[in-house]
Design a protein around this ligand. Structure first.
Ligand SMILES: *Cc1c(COP(=O)(O)O)cnc(C)c1O
Ligand SMILES: *[C@@H]1O[C@H](CO)[C@@H](O)[C@H](O)[C@H]1NC(C)=O
Ligand SMILES: *[C@@H]1O[C@H](CO)[C@@H](O)[C@H](O)[C@H]1NC(C)=O
Ligand SMILES: *[C@@H]1O[C@H](CO)[C@@H](O)[C@H](O)[C@H]1NC(C)=O
Ligand SMILES: *[C@@H]1O[C@H](CO)[C@@H](O)[C@H](O)[C@H]1NC(C)=O
Length: 822
């Protein structure tokens, strides 16, 4: 079936990206930005607080945007006001801060704050509210709201004295996409639904519409919620940092503004005159100068949306159709042994557009029913240029509840132990988060197919099976109206099948080295290996320097990752974003005390190895490496010009300051060294070791499944892993179990396994990207995608001799019995 005809504009974001995180932020079309640009180039918009013509223009334009917003939600200035905020969260906070909460006292019961909760969503934003003294907090489950519907309590004359209450719920969950009935609005206001039916006093409804309004029409004349917070980037993709609180004028009257006390007369007038002119209501809450250019850009957001889609109703049908299709196929996918591929977190079968939005939340399962960690899925998705969201969606509580992780440790683990490149996505085999795909109005059927093909290619044990019974059942249940229902019959087997027609994807057990563990330990403990290569990487993410003998410095191999390339804003560049970095060859010349950078076709450039801070040309600065602040010094203009020319964008070279100490956090609680382990500009640890046996194991795996490219060159494959130490060994992945080792006389402790990402997809010779070897690595390593181990040097305190590592040295590993596996 064809796409709806209106999705035909050219997308400016690069055609090969499959963007599926519209619930995070949707994308803006070029025409919207162009319209906005033309507008502000033609017109002069002054500060709205001044009184000149340009500020008048701003004022009037902003007012017309307010009308436009209200029109979009089918209401008008007589009913609602628009208060601009920095976002939905700020709008929620505004209600929490200004709602006339009343504490319980002798005169009667106090206010109730009630929020809807279920397995997917936690309290809608307003957490601080519960801390307010005297305010009762009630959480209700969706079925309780309806099941306990009663007659409203009879109101007595004492109504003024009873407290106002607030009922808060999301129109759509940003976790699962579930929509909650809009009919709650009137039901609560008229006190026919629980818990409003059990508490006297006036009930107000706060409807968190941030997620809902991005793909669904909201009619405020039919569902007159009192407070409706939204964020505009979720609707238009631009501008960010702008939201609004839509507030019923009637309800706005009860909100109080704490510092309003000075102008009591005005407040009094306001209270008396029920339908105050709108600007007054608004100006009480919009502090300072509003973000007027952003607000003006909204006009172009609405225009573009209208032009491209016709209406929110069309958007809703289109996005729901895509989500439904994806849901049906995903839920019918089976591994070769018949086990399901995905566990989908949702409470319905995507049959009703009023109950479900265009969001799909799930975990992938292997053929043994074990969860595949979300960070593994995330890394693989990046490899295929598919952008999804993984983790807990800023909703750790809901996530833990939903995924049934009650262990308190999980939270502290997630916060304290979170380390760069190693998201803790599984704890004892249980997921700590999930995967979300979400659609927007510019999503296409091709996006769905790219995504499903990716899941089939990477995570299904072949041959793929489709649950035909389920497929038939879901297909036959017609979705309401003609929601862009894509023809299911034509897609699955043929197009989704493995592109190479490959059916051999052995499961981890079958291919992993499978000797029994006892003999394995005996064989490895104390057995001898040899150091075959030694690499240093003076400039982070640039090419390696191979050496045969090299001294250890205080932070690892001397001069390893002491420099890095940063962009004009001081942000570190890595091969992830800038693969060309690997073409820069650093040369360390100890004789002349210089670092030279070479690339073919350019004159080399030289900087001193040691930078003296006395040189006033050199700026010092602070940068971040993996969340750590590091102090650095700039290496000057010449090298900056050289790098900028090569990379085609402004950038600079910086060096870690000699006296700066950065401690290792990864595994530091395990480190047995005497002092903290000092780090250079590496991501996680001083040294990275890989084993040739593991490399050749992987190489064979690639050769068996790959038809592209040449993977016969072992040395090139080794380069992909950017290790410092390469050793020969007999058994693949034996290093995973080591706890200590010595290289020659130098003792090291194994700190942990090295988690891998798409960076190993960069060919270090040509700077092109390939899907291998990450794809094969992911296939042959169950659970985490790791390769190689991190080491820390165990220095003896009383020695002054500088240890030196040499190629050819004996490497003797040790497996300590008590070692808990990293
Ligand atoms: C995104 C979202 C928010 C938060 O919006 P901000 O723009 O981050 O303030 C709140 N509630 C829901 C339902 C959302 O989807
Ligand atoms: C949802 O939560 C309820 C109780 O809070 C629990 O009984 C139920 O099993 C949960 N459902 C799922 C699918 O986790
Ligand atoms: C999801 O919604 C909750 C409120 O329900 C909000 O606190 C959170 O920030 C939202 N998460 C994202 C990723 O938008
Ligand atoms: C270092 O100290 C230990 C014990 O404190 C001692 O046995 C060893 O001989 C010393 N080594 C050197 C090189 O001084
Ligand atoms: C490994 O060998 C060391 C000494 O050679 C010994 O102390 C240790 O117990 C051995 N570990 C295992 C798991 O066999």
């Amino acid at each position: 079936m064809e796409l709806l005809p209106w999705i035909i504009f050219i997308w400016g974001w690069g055609q090969c990206v499959t963007y599926l995180d519209h619930a995070g932020t949707t994308l803006f079309p070029e025409s919207q930005i162009k319209g906005f640009y033309d507008d502000i180039s033609r017109n002069v918009y002054g500060n709205p607080h001044s009184h000149n013509p340009s500020s008048r223009l701003t004022h009037d334009t902003v007012e017309s945007v307010r009308y436009r917003i209200l029109e979009h939600f089918n209401t008008c200035p007589e009913e609602y006001s628009v208060i601009f905020t920095s976002g939905c969260t700020a709008a929620l906070k505004l209600v929490a801060d200004t709602f006339p909460w009343k504490a319980a006292s002798n005169e009667g019961p106090g206010s109730q704050f009630c929020y809807l909760t279920d397995n997917h969503t936690s309290a809608v934003g307003i957490r601080g509210v519960t801390a307010l003294q005297g305010v009762g907090t009630v959480s209700v489950l969706p079925h309780e709201v309806e099941r306990r519907a009663r007659k409203p309590p009879t109101q007595t004359n004492g109504e003024e004295s009873s407290a106002p209450h607030l009922f808060c719920y999301p129109a759509q969950s940003n976790f699962s996409g579930r929509k909650y009935p809009l009919s709650y609005v009137k039901g609560i206001q008229s006190q026919q639904l629980y818990p409003a039916c059990e508490h006297r006093g006036r009930w107000f409804v706060l409807l968190d519409a941030a997620c809902f309004v991005s793909c669904s029409p909201l009619d405020l004349s039919q569902y007159p919620a009192d407070f409706v917070p939204i964020s505009f980037y979720k609707m238009f993709g631009f501008p960010t940092g702008l939201g609004a609180l839509l507030v019923r004028n009637e309800a706005a009257e009860v909100l109080r503004k704490t510092y309003f006390g000075g102008g009591t007369a005005a407040a009094y007038l306001v209270a008396e005159n029920y339908f105050v002119p709108k600007p007054n209501v608004v100006s009480r809450f919009e502090d300072g100068t509003i973000s007027f250019l952003d607000i003006i850009s909204l006009h172009h957001g609405f225009e573009t949306l209208q032009k491209l889609t016709g209406s929110m109703l069309n958007i809703q049908l289109h996005t729901f159709g895509l989500a439904r299709y994806t849901y049906i196929v995903l839920s019918c996918l089976r591994h070769s042994n018949g086990k399901p591929v995905a566990q989908i977190h949702c409470d319905n079968d995507f049959q009703n557009i009023a109950e479900q939005g265009a969001i799909l939340n799930f975990n992938l399962l292997d053929c043994h029913g074990r969860t595949v960690g979300y960070s593994q899925v995330d890394k693989m998705a990046s490899l295929f240029n598919i952008h999804i969201r993984t983790g807990c969606f800023c909703n750790t509580g809901a996530c833990q509840h939903y995924l049934a992780i009650s262990n308190q440790n999980v939270k502290s683990n997630l916060h304290a132990g979170h380390i760069c490149g190693d998201n803790i996505d599984l704890i004892e085999g249980r997921p700590t988060g999930s995967i979300r795909v979400s659609f927007g109005y510019m999503s296409s059927f091709e996006d769905c197919q790219n995504f499903l093909r990716f899941v089939v290619n990477c995570f299904v044990d072949k041959p793929l099976i489709l649950d035909q019974k389920r497929l038939t059942k879901l297909k036959s249940a017609e979705p309401m109206e003609s929601a862009a229902s894509y023809d299911l019959a034509s897609i699955p087997n043929g197009q989704l099948g493995h592109q190479n027609g490959q059916t051999i994807t052995p499961s981890p057990e079958r291919i992993a080295p499978s000797e029994d563990t006892v003999s394995k330990e005996e064989k490895n403990n104390g057995s001898s290996h040899t150091l075959t290569n030694l690499f240093i990487y003076p400039v982070k993410s640039c090419a390696s320097v191979e050496v045969t003998e090299w001294p250890l410095g205080p932070q690892g191999l001397l001069y390893d990752r002491l420099w890095m390339v940063v962009n004009e804003n001081g942000v570190c560049l890595s091969q992830k974003r800038e693969p060309k970095l690997c073409l820069i060859r650093p040369i360390i010349c100890l004789a002349s005390n210089t670092l030279q950078l070479q690339v073919s076709g350019m004159e080399p450039v030289t900087v001193p190895l040691e930078t003296s801070l006395a040189n006033s040309d050199l700026r010092t600065s602070q940068s971040k490496v993996c969340g750590d602040r590091v102090q650095t010094v700039d290496c000057g203009k010449e090298v900056s010009t050289w790098l900028s020319e090569f990379l085609g964008k402004p950038c600079r070279l910086i060096r870690q300051r000699p006296e700066f100490l950065r401690d290792m956090k990864f595994g530091s609680e395990k480190a047995e060294n005497f002092g903290p382990t000092a780090l250079s500009l590496v991501n996680e640890a001083q040294f990275l070791l890989i084993n040739r046996a593991s490399v050749s194991f992987l190489q064979e795996h690639i050769a068996n499944s790959e038809n592209e490219g040449t993977w016969h060159d072992m040395e090139q494959l080794i380069q992909r892993f950017r290790a410092n130490l390469v050793i020969s060994g007999q058994e693949a992945f034996a290093e995973d179990d080591w706890s200590h080792l010595t290289v020659g006389d130098t003792p090291f402790q194994v700190i942990g396994r090295c988690g891998r990402c798409q960076m190993i997809g960069v060919d270090q010779k040509s700077a092109t990207r390939t899907q291998e070897p990450l794809r094969s690595l992911s296939e042959c390593r169950s659970g985490k995608v790791t390769f190689g181990v991190y080491l820390a040097h165990q220095s003896a305190r009383n020695t002054t001799a500088v240890p030196v590592l040499s190629v050819g040295a004996r490497v003797i590993p040790r497996i300590s019995e008590s070692s808990d596996k990293p």
